[in-house]
Design a protein around this ligand. Structure first.
Ligand SMILES: CC(C)(COP(=O)(O)OP(=O)(O)OC[C@H]1O[C@@H](n2cnc3c(N)ncnc32)[C@H](O)[C@@H]1OP(=O)(O)O)[C@@H](O)C(=O)NCCC(=O)NCCS
Length: 177
């Protein structure tokens, strides 16, 4: 994979959003395990995640970077160095809504409540509108996930209602250009 095919790093006052690397595996596993625990509180049959799963997902991410049209960043905080404390990215053109990308994000639990994800969302959404020509960015979360709702609300997303998404009823939010 050439560096040129990875998404560009995006900088904000406190954060550097950079492409993932294979040696992020331990940090990605740590925050993913926390996220899976949250999901199991709502969907008890949701699987456990293993370090092997995380390594496979990272390899897949790097392979998708090679296509040049996959945008997924490791969230790093300047004051903590280069370690991944979370992730944020897009799935583009989710049918049937062309020119809409779906935004996903996750943050290490001990970093919640500092406005880090809203800061990252602003950078990624601006990039999506300016560099990718998106008309809309959408985001989905499980009912009851109030912290995600609040992070999206702070970034001028509008709640558009509940809808089935990959077989699960979720809250949908969107922000138009
Ligand atoms: C959603 C998430 C990324 C929040 O990021 P964040 O950087 O903490 O966002 P903010 O600091 O703006 O906090 C958002 C809200 O979370 C709540 N919150 C803050 N700290 C919290 C904590 N320790 N525990 C629970 N809720 C908390 C507050 O209501 C806050 O709103 P406020 O600032 O108006 O008080 C984080 O909760 C997360 O990783 N969740 C799991 C993944 C997920 O749900 N992804 C969304 C679907 S793609």
């Amino acid at each position: 994979m050439s560096a040129a095919s990875s998404p560009p790093s995006l900088e904000t006052p406190r954060l550097i959003l950079r492409p993932f690397a294979l040696d992020d595996a331990d940090d990605v596993f740590a925050y993913s395990a926390e996220e899976y625990e949250e999901i199991r509180a709502v969907l008890p049959d949701f699987p456990q995640i293993t370090p092997g799963d995380t390594a496979a997902v990272l390899r897949h991410t790097l392979k998708r970077y090679g296509g040049g049209e996959f945008y997924d960043w490791a969230v790093t905080c300047r004051e903590l160095g280069t370690r991944a404390i979370g992730g944020i990215g897009f799935e583009q053109d989710v049918p049937p809504r062309a020119k809409t990308a779906e935004l996903g994000f996750v943050l290490r639990r001990d970093m919640w409540g500092k406005g880090i994800i809203p800061e990252a969302i602003e950078a990624v959404v601006s990039f999506g509108f300016a560099a990718l020509g998106l008309a809309e960015v959408a985001a989905y979360h499980m009912p009851g996930n109030e912290q995600s709702a609040r992070a999206l609300e702070k970034c001028s997303f509008r709640h558009t209602g509940r809808e089935e998404h990959f077989g699960v009823v979720m809250e949908r939010w969107a922000r138009a250009k």
